[in-house]
Design a protein. Sequence first.
Length: 255
Amino acid sequence: MEIRFLGTHNSESDSARLVSVLIDNIIVLDAGSITTGLSFTEQKKIKAIFLSHGHYDHLCGMPTYAFNNSSRTTPVFALAETLDMLKSHLIDGKIYPAFSEKVAFLKNKALQLISIKLFKSVEVNGYIVMPVPVNHPLPATGFVISKEGKCVFYTGDTGPGLTAIWENIAPQLLIIDTTYPDKLGKTALEAEHLCPGLLKIELMEFHKVKGYLPQIAVVHLYPRYEKAIRKELEMVARELGTVINIVTEDQKLFI
């Protein structure tokens, strides 16, 4: 599998894009930079989009993606609550056309919204994608993506407490939220995100449960605190005797 990180931050500027992950050029996890990180030609290759939850930074690319690709229908998988937020706040027929419906100037729906259930896998182009619950203020999921013995787990936005998930998956790559530095650990807990210290606890628990640590990629960094987060993650990596990839825009990893 080729995993390309279109965006790896929780806010955007000329040097930072919102979180989106592209798998083998055809499956997108979250839509923060689905258009700002891909050419028109690359967007046409997308076969399916999976949305982890309804916060703006994970949905915001959907209207422009639908506009750019309105000549075909792209399936969009998410919890019912997430799809409701997308329909009522972005593609509502006012801010942007109702792209999940057949509107006058379109030949077909640009987006097919498909509600998913926790732990119920769906198959897309030979990939098996299973949504699992994570801890966040809105209903939210992570996604386990597997194909031909390869497995990636993308947490989406999450706070601590992932032990139950570790017991049921065995990824080669873990893509995990680390938003705040340790000095804002209380804020991380309140917002249900991770900081390096909380990530360390989750990784220690993973090793305890599974007996190994997968390849690790950290996303959703807060640019304002990125220097401190990077320094603290380097310390965590040394303490655990592993490598933590602090991925950046357009970086690729392979499993």
